[in-house]
Design a protein around this ligand. Structure first.
Ligand code: NAP
Length: 259
């Protein structure tokens, strides 16, 4: 039976880079995106370029019932040896200006979907000779900051959850890993944000294709994840923690102070 890798949030950004990188390695893919994101075009591109098997599902993963029905279909139909929990959203604004719907969506997608997808697929993953789970956290996981709503806290969840799972499954055939990249110019909003962050944004930004390739290299060797942010990490390491939170919050605040 053919084995597949699932990539959530595959239509653009880092998820798209993962999907193309997997295709280039001859790995069959299941691409997941929100409806209306033209995921069928990427699916066709992968099949025609790499001659792999690829299918796509249009699912809003911020909805618990959708996650349950999607994973039931997957478990009934496909053997999964790699799950990449990539889909994730954030927002930069004053907490009181954010709609409750946005706050809930970030928690549902970044926290609920990661945990529930993993729980629903764990038997499928365990049934393969060797399987992998790669969760996409963020540098924000280690750095609480204002004006980012629940995003940094949600990424701290992803980091913590993965490390716990990694310990629990250490002597099994399922290898868990988490990556914590810094800013990537994946879409207009993030690119604009990087520009507004000035010199720090410019010298620390990462390319999604590099992140995808280096992450998969380390993952398949069952090695510690690639260190993507040596400059950012150094800056954050040397800053005393009592300065770090106001410093980072000031940088983020510049995003909506600048026209
Ligand atoms: N860009 C950065 O600077 C950065 C830095 C560190 C970590 N990350 C993390 O890397 C991951 C990918 O980020 P990105 O910047 O490439 O993405 P993005 O361009 O910001 O788009 C958000 C991603 O989440 C997916 N998504 C959004 N709502 C969804 C929903 N309700 N159901 C299913 N999928 C949904 C989107 O997929 P579809 O459009 O295909 O539905 C898209 O792949 C995220 O987890 C993000 O937190 C990003």
């Amino acid at each position: 039976m053919k084995k597949f890798a699932i990539v959530t949030g595959a239509s653009k950004g880092l998820g798209r880079a993962f999907a193309l990188e997997l295709g280039s390695r001859g790995i069959n893919t299941i691409l997941v995106s929100l409806p209306g994101e033209d995921i069928h075009l990427l699916n066709e591109e992968i099949i025609s370029t790499y001659k792999t098997s690829s299918v796509f599902f249009e699912v809003d993963l911020s909805d618990y019932d959708n996650v349950i029905s999607f994973t039931k279909t997957i478990n009934d139909t496909y053997s999964i040896f790699l799950l990449i929990n990539n889909a994730g959203i954030g927002g930069t604004m004053k907490f009181g200006d954010a709609s409750v719907n946005l706050v809930n969506k970030i928690v549902q997608l970044n926290v609920m979907a990661v945990a529930v997808l993993t729980r629903q697929l764990i038997s499928n993953l365990t049934a393969q000779t060797q399987s992998f789970v790669l969760n996409i956290s963020s540098l924000a996981a280690f750095n609480p900051v204002g004006y980012k709503l629940v995003y940094p806290a949600s990424k701290a969840f992803v980091d913590s959850f993965t490390k716990g799972m990694s310990a629990e499954y250490r002597d099994t055939n399922v290898f868990f890993s988490v990556i914590n990249p810094g800013a990537m110019p994946t879409n207009d909003a993030v690119t604009d944000r990087i520009l507004k962050q000035g010199w720090l944004g410019r010298i620390t930004q990462l390319l999604p294709q590099d992140v995808a390739r280096k992450s998969l290299n380390k993952l398949f060797q069952k090695k510690r994840p690639h260190r993507f942010n040596p400059i950012s990490e150094l800056i954050l390491w040397v800053l005393p923690s009592r300065f770090k939170l106001p410093f980072l919050t000031g940088i983020v605040k510049r995003e909506f102070d600048k026209p």
